[in-house]
Design a protein around this ligand. Structure first.
Ligand code: FES
Ligand SMILES: [Fe+2]
Length: 434
């Protein structure tokens, strides 16, 4: 899985070049000593300097999943997105695009918008009322007697934003990596039939996991632990990540059922012209991706105990509810499930070296009515339970990484995506430090 990637990223960042040479050499060596096929050394999960480097080399350079179209449908709607030391405002503009602004007042640095979501015309800082236009220009600052104050020099700093197939991504690098264009072309045809522009938020959950962001991502990239997800196991075949020859005896029956369900799903996809093939380029490109459409157990429609639909309204132009799950993994901070009746987006936003915010959003067709077309409890049950179980797993690992007895352990074959995630991470940071 370790083919070279196409473009170099920006030169070494501020933190990396300001670290004392000895400390930088130590950290560079830690990356160089990383043992392929094994989990990372403890400092990667516990050390505050490595966290700062992660924020600079990964979250400061790459396209980050921030929100979905449904979270800011109208001009003036915004979400604030916080990770590490950064706070960004993602705001729907009058042209239908998104403006991404650093949420740091150019007067004395106060957070300009303090709510996680809302709707606004101009942006008014609550401290001394400096007022910015939706595109970040400073349009009003009371300055009695000031003669040399040039408002045009104090607009909010802008970052990059783009919206693809109903998903919004942000990048704070001066020059974002350009291979996101290619990655978008991979996932757009899979997502377009679900038409996220015609969805609404049924529910959004924010949970703080007491774990390093990489442990959250690692946990998501394998189903070796899926015995720990009884609710999810009703619909998600626990053979995920396994291939012929790796199936343990107790899962043989499930494997056969999965194979049958997958071939009838593929037959339906071919009939409807929906892509389903696995595209897996998690560590072979800068904007790493895995996408596929995979069958669900039971009725094969949704994440319910019997696999039946959880919302009565089909999404977009889909012809059928029985379409399994189109699942996408993107590096560095997201994963998604696109079903016939709803969509679930997951974003990981690091807080510090030992805490991460995981934001889960359930989207349904915009004309679906709660209590009529879907029951919110039932819609969200499986993934609420699964998220709690995953939070516990991540936290157990964080505790382990803090113990002097911790030593990197081997990834199993079914954990190849964890390995790919770590490959991707190590390569990206090494490029940044080089
Ligand atoms: S800090 Fe924002 S107006 Fe003073
Ligand atoms: Fe899990």
């Amino acid at each position: 899985m370790t083919a070279p990637v196409h473009q170099p990223l920006n030169a070494r960042g501020k933190l990396a070049s300001s670290l004392p040479a000895e400390q930088l050499a130590e950290i560079t060596e830690l990356f160089a000593l990383r043992r392929t096929g094994y989990s990372l050394d403890a400092p990667f999960y516990t050390d505050s300097t490595i966290f700062k480097i992660d924020m600079e080399a990964i979250f400061g350079q790459h396209w980050i999943f921030a929100a979905s179209t449904a979270e800011l449908p109208e001009p003036g709607d915004y979400v604030t997105v916080d990770y590490g030391p950064y706070s960004l405002i993602v705001l729907r503009n009058d042209d239908g695009g998104v403006n991404v602004l650093h949420n740091v007042c150019r007067h004395r640095g106060a957070r300009v918008l303090t709510e996680p979501t809302g709707s606004t015309g101009n942006l008014v800082c609550g401290y001394h009322s400096w007022t910015y236009s939706p595109s970040g220009d400073l349009i009003h600052a009371s300055a009695p007697g000031e003669t040399k104050f040039d408002k045009s020099c104090f607009g909010l700093k802008r970052a990059h934003g783009r919206e693809v197939a109903g998903l919004i991504f942000v990048c704070i690098a001066d020059e974002p990596p350009t291979d996101f264009d290619e990655t978008s072309k991979i996932f757009e045809p899979y997502l377009a039939p679900h038409d996220l522009s015609k969805t609404k938020i049924a529910y959004q959950q924010n949970i703080i996991e007491e774990g390093n962001w990489k442990l959250v991502m690692e946990n998501n990239r394998e189903c070796y632990h899926c015995d720990g997800h009884p609710e999810l196991a009703c619909s998600l075949f626990p053979t995920w990540g396994l291939t012929e020859g790796l199936i343990p005896a107790h899962l043989e029956e499930v494997w056969d059922r999965n194979k049958q369900a997958q071939s009838s799903l593929e037959e339906r996809c071919r009939r409807y012209g929906l892509p389903y093939e696995v595209v897996e380029e998690l560590d072979t490109r800068i904007a790493g991706i895995r996408i596929s459409r995979e069958s669900l157990d039971g009725e094969g429609e949704s994440f319910s105990p019997d696999g039946r639909r959880l919302s009565k309204k089909l999404l977009g132009d889909l012809p059928d509810f029985r379409l399994g799950r189109c699942s996408m993994h993107l590096q560095p901070n997201s994963w998604f499930h696109f079903l016939g009746d709803h969509v679930i987006t997951f974003g990981v936003f690091p807080i510090n070296e030992h805490q991460s915010l995981v934001r889960t959003t359930w989207l349904v067709a915009d004309d679906a009515e709660e209590g009529v077309d879907y029951d919110l409890e039932k819609l969200t049950y499986t993934w609420k339970q699964t998220n709690l179980q995953d939070k516990a797993f991540v936290e157990l690992c964080q505790q382990g990484a803090g113990s002097p007895a911790y030593q990197p352990g081997p990834y199993m074959k079914s954990e190849y995506q964890v390995e790919a995630f770590i490959n991707w991470y190590v390569q990206r940071v090494q490029e940044h430090l080089a």
